[in-house]
Design a protein around this ligand. Structure first.
Ligand SMILES: Nc1ncnc2c1ncn2[C@@H]1O[C@H](COP(=O)(O)OP(=O)(O)OP(=O)(O)O)[C@@H](O)[C@H]1O
Length: 302
């Protein structure tokens, strides 16, 4: 079953083709849409919501055609836009109750629904304060709440971690995973950071200049580009030389060595090398992928 599907989807602006012959399908669960700034992620989401007409090709969301059924799609889909768009002088409660009423709920049900949704996204007492006084993290939560308030089947989250500090990012990612897992709402979430999406997604789509670069389940993804990061107190160069001599693919990133994992023997090689050299191992951690890894990988396959 697909929650959305595009076929040769294209969007041309006067000076740039933002979405270029994109054919892709998305199933239920949490799907990451990854691409550098300007890759076409926001444009794709606006087309899928029926807010921008495509220049060519077609797309269906929840089996509804985006050109003919935009209003029906927006009734079933929640949207968290990338940029700040909240009125500063109302409280989160007032705003979310307003959105709930706009979705058709009567006054009392709208209040209850708004309270539930604000609790789910983690806004407590501060929900009575004007939005203009909120931190970026709190504003992102309000934007998420308005995307959820009409009980959608699917939500589009455009760069929900933008502007957040590392802790805020972690909390937002955990929240998104919960929405997918506990509430059974399918999620399409964009980011320019592949590393953060692979933690919470079942499936990842990578686009570049509006074109599909890769679409695969997260398991296949990590298998192909898996790395492990190694930190030792001193002797990093010796360790690198030892591993390379033993046939491992190694690169250096500041105080870390990044070793490409080809199988369990890669971990054995790191263990043996640190033991033989008598080094103190500080950290051994699964590497976070970057979009560049996918590009490198695609080039290697050509
Ligand atoms: N309304 C528009 N008119 C003209 N060009 C546009 C318009 N909207 C987007 N573009 C261009 O289309 C390309 C894709 O933009 P888009 O915003 O979809 O990318 P993105 O992947 O979401 O990146 P970002 O996260 O930086 O917004 C960019 O080159 C952008 O300048």
């Amino acid at each position: 079953m697909h929650i959305l599907a595009t076929e040769g989807l294209t969007k041309r602006f006067p000076t740039v083709t933002a979405v270029d012959q994109l054919t892709v399908t998305v199933g239920p669960g949490v799907t990451g849409l990854v691409g550098a700034n300007g890759a076409g992620k926001s444009t794709l989401i606006k087309i899928l919501l029926g807010l921008l007409p495509p220049s060519g090709g077609s797309a269906r969301v929840l089996d509804l055609d985006v050109t003919a059924r935009g209003a029906d799609i927006r009734r079933l889909v929640g949207y968290m836009p990338e940029h700040e768009c909240l009125p500063p002088d109302v409280s989160a409660t007032e705003l979310i109750v307003h959105f709930a009423r706009m979705s058709g709920l009567p006054r009392t049900a709208a209040r209850e629904r708004a309270a539930d949704v604000l609790r789910h996204v983690g806004l407590a007492e501060e929900r009575y304060r004007p939005v203009g006084t909120y931190s970026t993290g709190m504003k992102q939560r309000v934007k998420l709440a308005q995307a959820l308030v009409h009980d959608p089947k699917l939500i589009f989250l455009d760069e929900p971690t933008n502007g957040l500090d590392p802790r805020g990012r972690d909390e937002m990612l955990t929240l998104i995973r919960r929405i997918g897992a506990e509430f059974g709402i399918s999620v399409l979430v964009t980011s320019h950071l592949l590393g953060e999406l692979e933690r919470i997604c079942d499936h990842v789509i990578v686009i570049d200049a509006g074109r599909l670069l890769r679409s695969s389940a997260i398991g296949e993804f990590t298998q192909v580009t898996q790395t492990v990061e190694v930190e030792v107190d001193e002797g990093l160069d010796d360790l690198a030389a030892h591993l390379v001599a033993g046939g491992q693919a190694v690169s250096r990133q500041g105080r870390l060595l990044v070793v490409k994992v080809t199988g369990p023997e890669s971990y054995d090689a790191i263990r043996d090398a640190t033991a033989e050299l008598g080094l103190c191992l500080i950290r051994l951690e699964q590497g976070r992928h970057r979009i560049e890894d996918v590009f490198r990988d695609e080039v290697a396959h050509v």
